[in-house]
Design a protein. Structure first.
Lengths: 187, 180
């Protein structure tokens, strides 16, 4: 093929390519693209907004699941348990202490259960996993007295205050003098 | 509260920035995406579908792309690839349908010889382009799209200009041989 014919063919190729490739999309094309993007973007945004509370709930559930169980709880000191067991049986202890099996008691303390009764294995509930509340000795005794008196309908405030070694609270009550004036009519 | 508001405002600003960038991309590159798809598919409806999907992907990409200038080359590549995939799938479908259907009736003779010759030349040209190696094909398609010179094609393909020039030369020589 001659160089002139080559040039002609080359020009024809260029022209044909340009004609074919300068096609333009229809007027509906851009609105369709925007609609497509909006459709795909909306649920993604929704997902992002829901992700935060979902993550919080997940973290909470994980924290609950990983919380140390009853077995890992700190054993109460033997002295405190002894005090608690010497006052009103079953009344002064935390729920978990009442439900605790006999094997968890400190050596030398006695069981709260009546002879012959059987301890059931503690159900692994939320209550069973609550931390134990340890009462100081004097508070435990005071609480025992209160419970006893309530049980017998004997609540003597004077005795209670003097037993506790407190000053009579009535001595601190002061009543301001009452000023009585006759009513006057403005009219 | 103030921190939450600031974070929300940042999110809103980020979202608006993405929207602005996408509108800019649509204005600059939607036609380019369509033409790239059209050069492969040669059917307007198919090319629009592919370009639309590529632009939707580009929108998602905008959120993660740090350098917005790289989006256009990325769009060219993804559009080219999607168009090729679309054509492969369409050809597989056509082959299945042809195998199941009656033998196709050949089209009637053209009424005007000149138009027929023109169409024939175009058909031969695109057949020759389709036969080119892929790296030559995309160069000649991008160079054929009006307004793109060697430098712009090199930027779109993220290639050195010398590489684009040699590929373009090789592609044109092969086309000339096929069309003589």
């Amino acid at each position: 093929m001659t160089p002139a014919k080559d040039d002609e063919l080359s020009a024809r190729i260029d022209a044909e390519l340009r004609r074919a490739l300068t096609a333009t999309p229809s007027p509906e094309f851009l609105p369709r693209v925007r609609a497509r993007v909006a459709k795909s973007a909306t649920p993604r945004l929704g997902l992002i907004w829901w992700l935060v509370p979902a993550a919080a709930v997940g973290a909470g559930a994980l924290a609950l699941a990983l919380r140390p169980g009853e077995r890992a709880a700190v054993q109460p000191p033997a002295a405190t348990q002894a005090v608690a067991s010497s006052v009103a049986p079953g009344a002064l202890q935390a729920p978990s202490a009442r439900k605790a099996p006999a094997t968890r008691q400190a050596p030398g303390t006695r069981s709260h259960a009546a002879p012959g009764t059987r301890h059931r294995a503690p159900a692994r509930t939320l209550a069973a996993r609550e931390p134990e509340v340890l009462l100081p000795r004097d508070e435990a005794i005071a609480f025992e007295r209160l419970v006893t008196r309530l049980a017998h309908w004997r609540i003597d405030a004077d005795a209670w205050v003097s037993d506790a070694g407190l000053a009579d609270p009535r001595a601190r009550i002061t009543i301001a003098p009452i000023d009585i004036r006759p009513l006057t009519l403005d009219r | 509260m103030a921190a939450e508001y600031a974070e929300h405002a940042e999110n809103v600003e980020g979202f608006q920035a993405v929207e602005r960038e996408f509108e800019r991309l649509l204005a600059d590159s939607s036609t380019l995406a369509f033409r790239i798809a059209y050069s492969v598919l040669r059917r307007r409806e198919d090319a629009e579908d592919v370009a639309q999907e590529a632009l939707a992907r580009a929108y998602r990409k905008l959120r993660s792309l740090r350098d917005a200038d790289r989006l256009r080359p990325w769009l060219v590549r993804i559009c080219w690839r999607m168009a090729l995939d679309h054509r492969r799938a369409a050809r597989r479908r056509e082959r299945r349908e042809q195998a199941a259907a009656e033998p196709a009736v050949s089209p009637g003779p053209p009424t005007v010889e000149e138009v027929a010759a023109e169409n024939q030349f175009r058909a031969r040209l695109f057949a020759a382009i389709d036969a080119l190696p892929e790296k030559h094909r995309i160069v000649i398609v991008l160079a054929g799209i009006e307004g793109y010179d060697i430098g712009e094609v090199a930027a779109l393909l993220e290639l050195p200009e010398g590489t684009v020039k040699s590929r373009l030369h090789a592609a044109r020589r092969r086309l000339m041989e096929d069309l003589r």
